[in-house]
Design a protein around this ligand. Structure first.
Ligand code: FAD
Length: 440
């Protein structure tokens, strides 16, 4: 079977079989139970942002493209209040910890001084501090985060599973084309037509590691999205008691059309392999951020569940850490000044891809497209964050009394996107096993 991939994953020190086993036995079941928890299921996003590149060609008349709104009361209060609390807490702790570190141990004096400062120096200075802190943080971002927009809304991801929607044709092709040709390095229009690939496998050998990695990441994401639509395909519109919209399940024919060598001029299996590449990239990012993620509260205000999530998270991160060293982020951007430019180009291109997601003409696809690019952007931010490196080197994670938030920080939205995006990749690898079984 063409999806029976063998051997090592390009540019990584690991083979496909090992990832299959690790994911399907260890990661997938853990993620399945984690991602249904309240903290992870409500994702705040702006789906109403206009496309900045071309006129709207929305296909949202398609029934399966609609995003179901969630009831306001379904969202735990702790989540709704949280973004505000986190911002305030971070700027306050920063000042306070800085004082304590300097040996200013009289907390009461400090509190009253703060009270005085608050009223005398006024809100203005506080606001300026916050603006600078935000600017500083955004510098490290690989992605546009829009959860503070007035149009941003909470979406219940469990009510809106990623699956076949019927979104295809010019609108979908325009998005993929724009991503590969304008925002990847070296994508080629001619080869796209001739070989039905934006960067044929043979040509990848001739480009540098950074360019290859970028293409592989995007192609892996593309594969994952298409595997999902094949594995949750609309098999019949007959009403089902489980889902009034119809009967959904795997469509092997569709999977073969998209990935077999015969229909893709030999590229399909390479595209599937790229899924494993992006999986290892995101896995490495989770492992790198593990000390930070262990300190997170995963607060929803539902005490029992919050405690459960923290425990499950510890367990999950330990598993991930045991398998982390198969992608080496330091192999990229390691050749001096040229690398700094390369890294900035990466950021710029990636931010652009996150803007392109506002042009997706199907709301359900846009939702998952935005979530997955944001999750990937967060993974890249973790891998290449100077602040995280500094915090790790200083051993700050081992000192429980020091809040590391101001040094390196992820918002709740970034954490939700990071884990759900990784969950999608994990799910795709799991689904591949199902397709293999049927095709055998
Ligand atoms: P496409 O998948 O549109 O691919 C276009 C071209 O890209 C192919 O002809 C081939 O040359 C190349 N290509 C294909 N796969 C790869 C790869 N892995 N790596 C490199 N090159 C490749 N549809 C749904 O039903 N549900 C969804 O949730 C959904 N989400 C989407 C999210 C986004 C952001 C986008 C842009 C599209 C989404 N779609 C979704 C649409 C889906 O991805 C396809 O575009 C659509 O099904 C049409 O498929 P196609 O066979 O024409 O090829």
């Amino acid at each position: 079977c063409f999806c029976e991939l063998e051997g090592s994953i390009n540019d990584c020190s690991c083979d496909v079989d090992t990832v299959d086993h690790f994911n399907n036995m260890k990661v997938y079941p853990r993620l399945q139970s984690l991602l249904v928890k309240n903290f992870f299921r409500f994702y705040k996003v702006n789906l109403k942002q206009d496309c900045p590149f071309w006129p709207d060609d929305s296909r949202c008349a398609i029934r399966f493209c609609q995003v179901e709104n969630c009831e306001e009361q379904a969202i735990p209060e702790g989540i709704k209040d949280q973004s505000e609390h986190r911002d305030k807490a971070a700027s306050f702790k920063y000042t306070r910890e800085a004082q304590l570190e300097k040996g200013c141990s009289d907390a009461e004096d400090f509190d009253s001084a703060l009270g005085f400062l608050d009223t005398s120096i006024s809100d203005q200075a506080h606001k300026e501090f916050e603006l600078w802190a935000k600017h500083d943080e955004a510098e490290e971002d690989f992605c546009i985060v829009d959860d503070h927009d007035v149009d941003a809304q909470y979406v219940d991801l469990l009510l809106n599973p990623e699956r076949y929607t019927g979104y295809k044709g010019d609108s979908a092709h325009r998005i993929w084309k724009s991503i590969y040709l304008e925002n990847c390095f070296g994508g080629n229009n001619e080869t796209a037509n001739k070989f039905s690939s934006y960067m044929p496998h043979m040509e990848l050998r001739d480009v540098c590691l950074e360019q290859r990695a970028f293409y592989r990441i995007i192609s892996g994401l593309h594969s994952s999205i298409n595997i999902h639509l094949c594995s949750k395909y609309l098999l019949s519109e007959t009403k089902d008691f489980l889902d009034p919209q119809g009967i959904w399940g795997p469509n092997v024919k569709e999977f073969k059309r998209r990935f077999s060598p015969e229909t893709t001029n030999g590229e399909g299996p390479h595209w599937l392999r790229n899924l494993y590449f992006i999986y290892l990239v995101e896995l490495r990012a989770l492992a790198k951020a593990a000390p930070y993620l262990r300190r997170e509260n995963y607060y929803t205000g539902i005490a029992e569940e919050d405690e459960e999530v923290k425990l499950a998270m510890h367990d999950m991160l330990t598993v991930i850490e045991s398998f982390q060293s198969h992608f080496n982020e330091n192999a990229l951007f390691s050749s001096g000044i040229a690398s700094i430019k390369f890294k900035n180009d990466y950021k710029e291109k990636f931010r652009n891809i996150s803007r392109i997601m506002d042009c997706v003409g199907c709301d359900k696809c846009k939702l998952w497209g935005k979530l997955q690019t944001q999750g990937l952007g967060t993974a890249l931010k973790i891998l290449y964050s100077e602040k995280l490196n500094l915090a790790t080197e200083s051993g700050i994670w081992d000192k429980p009394h020091i809040e590391a938030d101001p040094i390196f920080r992820l918002s709740r939205t970034e954490i939700v996107a990071l884990f759900n995006a990784f969950g999608r990749l994990s799910n795709s690898i799991y689904e591949m096993e199902n397709f293999r079984r049927v095709l055998r």
